[in-house]
Design a binder for this molecule. Structure first.
Ligand code: TGC
Ligand code: FAD
Length: 392
């Protein structure tokens, strides 16, 4: 990105629904993004490079585990603050937001919600500060949308368990010090455990050749008779509701985040339409281009109101997983559509790294797929409103 000129669209004065603290948090993250990330993100993405030096900076900024209590190193903040952080980060790049949401919602949250006091004290402060990076292993080569079919397993061996199997498509894996892993025990129950780098038989090969999320690192987790002490198993959860509970938190962050990518594409397209002239006038003066911009800002505004309301419900403890699914699906869908329209509005320039559009578009192809695909979230809504399960 040549120069970061972003100003956020707020067509319905939604800022008035935010507290001064919310706005301060958002502006702080935005300033950091403009200073530390925007000037280099295009190069990192083009070079398929994960900017790991930013991880401790993100910890200092407080974007890891913002809703985790302060006593464990978290921010003790509300869900609107968390959403705004994810929106500001993904406004710049979905891969950077992935790093933050995996660390906060998929690694710190399960340790906080399901872990023992010893596990919380051992892992959470180092993850919150960014001294350690974590990853979350649920998906397997033959188990994606249907995580209940996982094959990774643990067998009891006295004071430890023996872990075997593999996980696929794992964000942060090659750089992670700790992995929250979901595996079946001998009774067939899904259990969560923390696997630490250095444990014998545990490797994290990188997945190469991605056209998407190129500034985020994705890998496998391979477990070959790994001895994991029983003290690393979460005592307070059993079953698929463990990992799915984490996904609800992360999907909530994505609902805000993907909207950030949409806002950036719209902002860039609107500016370009006023600067670029053809046939003797700015292209923004042609009805076809105005239609695109008008539809973009309408969808963004509807999305902003949806995630804000969802944030209020999250704060009140009233949001349902199905409501989160609707917001994740909606934000990803409109963001992809807006990225595609914005790409067209930039003409040939839209395919270059001079603008963020093409990078957003490619990133969003992952975002619409991970944490539950577009179709899966539609089926969750369908089941919620009919009571009939159409998955199986
Ligand atoms: P089902 O029988 O419906 O549910 C099993 C148990 O889980 C409970 N549950 C939830 N709990 C909390 N939050 C949710 N969102 C929940 N959804 C379901 C449910 O009540 C039940 O509890 P209990 O007490 O009765 O046992 O399960 P199912 O096998 O039919 O599957 C349902 C389905 C398809 C919706 C689910 O498995 C699903 O969401 N599939 C999508 C898989 C997915 O999202 N994977 C994501 C992997 S992680 C990732 O992508 C990280 S990307 C990170 C990044 O870089 O940002
Ligand atoms: P599949 O489940 O094989 O789906 C293929 C197609 O079939 C999809 O269109 C899907 O919607 C459709 N489909 C499946 N079931 C049904 C049905 N019942 N009815 C109708 N249609 C259906 N996972 C992790 O655990 N941790 C991570 O950190 C992580 N990071 C990721 C990072 C990236 C860049 C990517 C691409 C993925 C990541 N994932 C991660 C995995 C991600 O969650 C899965 O890719 C996703 O859940 C879909 O699983 P799948 O790819 O196996 O697709």
């Amino acid at each position: 990105m040549a120069q970061d000129l972003y100003t956020h669209p707020d067509y319905y004065q939604i800022d008035e629904l935010l507290t001064d603290e919310h706005k301060l948090i958002r502006d702080t993250v935005r300033a950091w993004i403009k200073k530390e990330v925007s000037p280099n993100i295009e190069n990192w993405a083009q070079n398929n490079e994960f900017p790991k030096h930013l991880v401790p900076q993100m910890g200092d900024l407080g974007v890891f585990g913002p809703t985790v209590p302060v006593q464990y190193g978290g921010g003790g903040l509300d869900y609107i603050s968390y959403g705004l952080m994810m929106q500001e980060i993904e406004r710049c790049d979905s891969g950077m937001r992935s790093t933050a949401s995996v660390q906060g919602s998929l690694v710190m949250y399960p340790i906080y919600a399901y872990g023992s006091e010893e596990q919380k004290n051992k892992f959470l402060p180092k993850l919150a500060s960014g001294e350690w990076l974590g990853c979350f292993g649920l998906t397997e080569p033959d188990s994606g949308s249907d995580p209940g079919s996982m094959l990774t397993n643990i067998k009891d061996a006295g004071d430890h368990v023996i872990l075997n199997g593999s996980k696929m498509w794992i964000s942060n894996a090659p750089y992670a010090q700790v992995a929250v892993v979901w595996a079946k025990d001998e009774a067939g129950d899904i259990r969560g455990l923390v696997v630490e780098r250095g444990m014998e038989g545990f490797t994290t090969p990188e997945i190469h050749g991605k056209w998407s999320l190129r500034a985020s690192c994705t890998g496998e987790l391979v477990f070959d008779n790994v001895k994991v002490p029983k003290e690393n198993i979460f005592p307070n959860v059993k079953g698929l509701k463990g990992p799915l509970g984490c996904l609800t938190k992360a999907r909530y962050g994505i609902a805000w985040g993907a909207l950030g990518a949409a806002m950036d594409c719209y902002d860039s397209a609107r500016r370009y339409s006023l600067e670029r002239s053809q046939f003797g006038k700015p292209i923004g003066g042609f009805q076809l281009q105005q239609k695109k911009l008008a539809e973009m800002i309408t969808e963004i505004t509807k999305g902003q109101l949806l995630v804000w309301r969802l944030g209020v419900l999250m704060n009140e403890g009233k949001a349902t997983p199905a409501q989160v699914s609707m917001a994740k699906r909606n934000s990803c869908e409109i963001a992809l559509n807006i990225a595609r329209e914005a790409r067209q509005m930039h003409g040939g320039m839209g395919i270059t790294g001079e603008y963020s559009i093409m990078r957003h578009m490619m990133n969003l192809e992952s975002v619409v797929t991970y944490e539950g695909t577009h179709d899966i979230h539609l089926l969750i809504t369908g089941m919620d409103v009919t009571g009939i399960n159409a998955f199986k």
